[in-house]
Design a protein around this ligand. Structure first.
Ligand SMILES: C[S@@+](CC[C@H](N)C(=O)[O-])C[C@H]1O[C@@H](n2cnc3c(N)ncnc32)[C@H](O)[C@@H]1O
Length: 276
């Protein structure tokens, strides 16, 4: 099986939007209207949830009406949240067909289908024209992709001159073998981590200028440790991204936290610009 198929198989399952909406109604009442804010506990599928999306989006300095690309958009939580908050149009591209279908259903449920467009496809061959976007972002996606330069080259191609790309990446730490499974992979077969130094070299290599580049491992490790302690004490709660991956997410999140604590994984937040 190709890496892309294995990755999509790892993430996808039937009935995702129905599960998220059922949990939302259980928590908020049957007549409650789903909004990007109210769905945030379920549909931002990365460490630190909507808070991480908020921090990432702030770096993009978006203006109303701009066109924004979400590379690896998952079930669309960040895209809806950003579209609603900044009055921009967001296009999400994702490899996993079930995630794209769920994103479209949730776009419709939140009344954002006219502002958030989902296109199934690969980050390595983005199904969008050259120079189409004012800004782009990608959160916790590139760890599933071996060809890092291919990913950055495509992002560079689709940005307008002067356009910015915000990245939240999982990176390699001390080179030791990870504890698996992790939320993004069952095994090393679909996990590809570059070091922060390699990440910076790859970004410069395709032509990006570095605006900011921060190793955020310490803060992310502290947040995931708190989450791990809660998971070990209480297990999975009623709300959360385990609605996406199921009960297996508990052990995956615990392992993720241990990998960070043991220095096996690092995290980087970066903002880069395509020169004018
Ligand atoms: C951990 S999820 C993050 C989803 C979303 N960015 C978020 O933060 O909510 C990783 C996502 O990357 C997508 N992905 C992995 N490899 C990809 C590729 N080559 N092209 C496009 N999407 C990919 C997966 O389908 C999945 O939706």
């Amino acid at each position: 099986m190709s890496t892309a198929n294995s990755v999509a198989r790892h993430y996808g399952s039937a009935g995702l939007a129905e599960r998220v909406l059922a949990a939302f109604r259980e928590a908020n009442g049957v007549d409650a209207q789903p909004t990007p804010e109210a769905l945030a506990p379920f549909d931002h599928f990365h460490g630190r949830g909507v808070l991480a999306t908020q921090e990432l989006a702030a770096q993009l300095a978006l203006r109303p009406g701009e066109r924004v690309l979400d590379i690896g958009s998952g079930i669309g939580g960040p895209a809806r949240w950003i579209a609603a908050k900044f009055a921009v149009g967001v296009t999400g591209v994702d490899l996993t067909p079930e995630f794209c279908a769920a994103a479209e259903a949730l776009n419709a449920a939140t009344g954002l289908a006219d502002r958030v467009t989902i296109i199934p496809g690969s980050a390595l061959a983005l199904p969008v024209p050259d120079g189409a976007f004012d800004a782009a972002y990608s959160q916790n996606v590139i760890m599933n992709i071996a060809d890092k330069r291919g990913f950055y080259r495509e992002a560079f191609r689709v940005l307008k001159p002067g356009g910015v790309l915000a990245l939240s990446n999982l990176c390699a730490g001390n080179g030791e073998t990870l504890i698996y499974p992790v939320p993004w992979a069952e095994s090393a077969a679909t996990s590809f981590l570059a070091t922060p130094e390699e990440m910076e070299a790859d970004l410069r290599g395709v032509g990006f200028e570095i605006v900011s580049f921060h190793n955020t491992t310490k803060d992310v490790e502290a947040a995931t440790r708190r989450n791990r302690e809660r998971l070990e004490r209480e297990g999975l709660g009623p709300l959360g991204t385990h609605l996406i991956l199921g009960e297996r997410l508990r052990q995956m999140q615990i392992n993720s936290s241990l990998n960070l604590e043991q220095g096996k994984v690092a995290t980087v937040e970066a903002l880069v610009r395509k020169p004018r």
